[in-house]
Design a protein around this ligand. Sequence first.
Ligand SMILES: [Zn+2]
Length: 477
Amino acid sequence: MAYIQFLGAAGTVTGSKHLVNTSSDTSGNHSRQVLIDCGLFQGQKEWRDRNWQDLPVAVQNIDAVILTHAHIDHCGWIPRLVKAGFRGPIFATPPTIDLCGILLPDSGHLQEEDAAFYNKIKKSKHDPALPLYTFEEAQDSLQYFRAAQFDQWITVSPEFSFRFVRAAHILGSAMVEVNLRTKGQSRRLLFGGDTGRVRNHSVAPGKVVHSGPVEGEAADVLVMESTYGNREHPTDDPRPQLAAIVRRTVERGGSVVVPAFAVERTQKFLFMLKALMEVGQMPRIPVYADSPMAIRAVETFLKYTGEYTEEARQLIREYGSPLEWPGFIFASTPQESKKINQSHYPSIIVSSSGMVTGGRILHHLAQRMPDPRNTVLFIGFQAPGTRGFAIKSGTPEVKIFGEMVTVRAEVASLEQFSDHADTPELLEWLRTFKKKPAATYLVHGEPAASVRLRETMMEELGWNVQIAQWMQKVQVR
Ligand SMILES: [Zn+2]
């Protein structure tokens, strides 16, 4: 009656793009086509190269895009899609639209910087190296966004309607329930996007957004992530460990450099630092939030306090806006960012990108990693092939700006901050389904994680589970 084609995040954790075609035959003729997510590939070159390939369908024939959330691996290819001629609506929740308004132009800016760098060192195959899209092109793509509230049904065509339900992953994140009606038959599809922490706050201590992904689903076809399909998060409180990492770094006379996603992850981390300093568990050293979007990110974070857990709201009530805190410095301009490099006193530097794929964090790491007094602290997922993954895995040196940088700094990580449900949490959520989906497709995972999750789901739930392959078309029955 219809089919789904996996155009990204199949066999890897980035580049999420799933095309729903309402045609009953895989030729795709005489049909509606809707793209769920439109993410950038990151990490290994083999995957990043796919950012430059055209989609297997003419973009003019895509009727709409539905966006689950504002992480770049789910939304970062939108400017390229628009550049290629897409002119339809891009549906997203209001917080996701706000976040994309900050993140996509920044992504365009990073693409331009990359191209300029490769032209300078003349190491690109392409002469001259071009950005995937520019700041301006990213700005231009924002005009196609259309707000859709949670639980509001939207009709894209007589065959295709959908609504957003809560995913509890990051601010504004949603799952997409799709109702397909063709030839008198109807089917419910559920695209999970990224699934947030399921259990209560004491078991998921990094959790900030709401109470969990919506329960009691009843889908015929489920497409879900498998990022943590072979892992469990620690459930202990990360604050004593964080305080200890900062204390011992300061005792050495060093600084802590934290790669973090600029919106939400950075702000909740800042609140945790503030609270630890206020109760005297952490020395009051300067904290730099270094991002071109630093101030807007805080403003956006504070605009949606209703989205957060009670504990997060309590912190916001108690401490107010981070922009007002003494000792917390927001570096928006390149000049302010450079000033941080001149500081030789212990400090905490929080900067993006979270997986060290680009952005200002590169300057800080290039400067601070050769010094064993410093610490690099990871508080987010690192996709294989990224610099963040290499550093976290203990590489002795890593390439930044074309030069090898020696890693002598301490490397630490706190897994409790994860915004993804781990395997026990995913199972807990899946057990709330009202019926077994006829088919479940696993996306957004490294192969080992997807394989393990498939086995676990088949054993524990008895579900029919497949691992999605890149470019594969699967029939909706
Ligand atoms: Zn995500």
